[in-house]
Ligand binder design. Structure first.
Ligand code: ZN
Length: 346
């Protein structure tokens, strides 16, 4: 791992447990920081404040949340780029879709995830992949493989205004009449100036439904609570909702925008501070609500693809990481953000 090292003892003792995760890390690499980083001097990266926050992040990550540590690469860039680029990840064959809970399904690529939540009155999608072709092949195709009828898609919640999350909205809205839900802040950002774009991402959907902090997205018997977790974009939506496994219910938090890929934006310090504050607030909310499932819209963070394989093999559901691990994941994110702030202030 090229990030910022790992205690030697842990490496020896836990080599077997860590290796698969480590391979996953390497396969995902620094794509999360694409278009992100300001040059960081080696001296700044070695400053005590940066090192202290990276150490805190590493300790919080334990051996089960290593994927989130790549956020620290903005503060302490590896000597050589690691892992695959976005282009390479987008070009990989889509992993098998999977049912994760009775009411939650994964249909995504190795780069970006779409989640489908089933309700008594249709299906809510969270995000829409990079473009129409992926929406058809991966979302539509994946849902059919899982026995879900794409004609039941009623709502698409787009977590934030980057094309790898809204790019396939055109196909899904035209084909199925789905409505698109976003925050006002990100609708406005998309209407004024796209801050992050690629030619192979679909064009932004036209402004449709809005939801803001403290709001809910309702469909049938299902309600998704919305908190705005600014930073990645200023209107990033994070969702809280119940997931079921038979008679057992769990509380899930789906974090809507993880990477610090705003390093070249003029308001980067304000955004990073907003991210630090948002992770702190999310920790309190997660504690109050007993969140024990923490998932992402990029499976390089929550390792959804590997967890689906494990789930198929039987045993306890690996998506139920527990309340402690949920807190630790948010701590890793916050400490990596604090390390980045320290390097930007050095
Ligand atoms: Zn994004």
């Amino acid at each position: 791992m090229s990030l910022f090292g790992r205690p030697r003892q842990e490496k020896t003792l836990r080599a077997e447990a860590i290796e698969p995760t480590r391979r996953q890390l390497l396969s995902w690499g620094c794509a999360c920081c694409a278009a992100a980083a300001l040059p960081v001097s080696a001296r700044a990266a070695q400053s005590p404040a940066v090192q202290q926050h990276l150490l805190a992040a590493r300790q919080a990550a334990g051996s089960d949340l290593l994927a989130y540590l790549k956020l620290g690469e903005v503060a302490a860039p590896p000597a050589k780029p690691t892992g695959l680029s976005i282009d390479e990840l987008m070009a990989l064959p889509a992993p098998p879709p999977g049912r994760v809970f009775d009411n939650l399904y994964f249909v995504g690529s190795k780069w970006v995830s779409t989640w489908a939540i089933t309700t008594s009155d249709g299906i809510i999608l969270i995000d829409a992949m990079d473009n129409d072709e992926e929406a058809q092949r991966i979302v539509d195709g994946g849902m059919q493989k899982l026995g879900l009828d794409p004609r039941r898609i009623k709502l698409i919640v787009v977590t934030h205004g980057h094309g790898d999350h809204y790019g396939g909205c055109g196909y899904l809205t035209q084909r199925y009449g789905a409505r698109v839900v976003m925050s006002d802040a990100d609708w406005t950002m998309m209407e004024t100036k796209l801050e992050f774009d690629r030619p192979d991402w679909g064009r932004p959907p036209k402004r449709d439904l809005s939801v803001n902090d403290g709001g809910t997205v309702k469909l049938g018997n299902t309600s998704l609570d919305v908190i705005i977790t600014p930073g990645h974009t200023m209107g990033t939506i994070t969702l809280l909702f119940d997931v079921a496994e038979g008679a057992t219910k769990h509380r899930a938090m789906l974090w809507g925008g993880t990477a610090f890929n705003f390093g070249r934006q003029p308001n980067r310090v304000e955004r990073l501070q907003a991210y630090i504050d948002a992770t702190g607030r999310a920790k309190e909310i997660a504690t109050r609500q007993g969140v024990d499932v923490f998932i992402s819209n990029h499976n390089g963070y929550d390792e959804a693809v590997e967890k689906i394989q494990k789930l198929k093999a039987g045993g306890p559901n690996p998506f139920v990481i527990g309340e402690d691990a949920t807190q630790r994941a948010l701590t890793v994110m916050q400490e990596c953000a604090l390390a980045t702030m320290a390097v930007w202030s050095a």
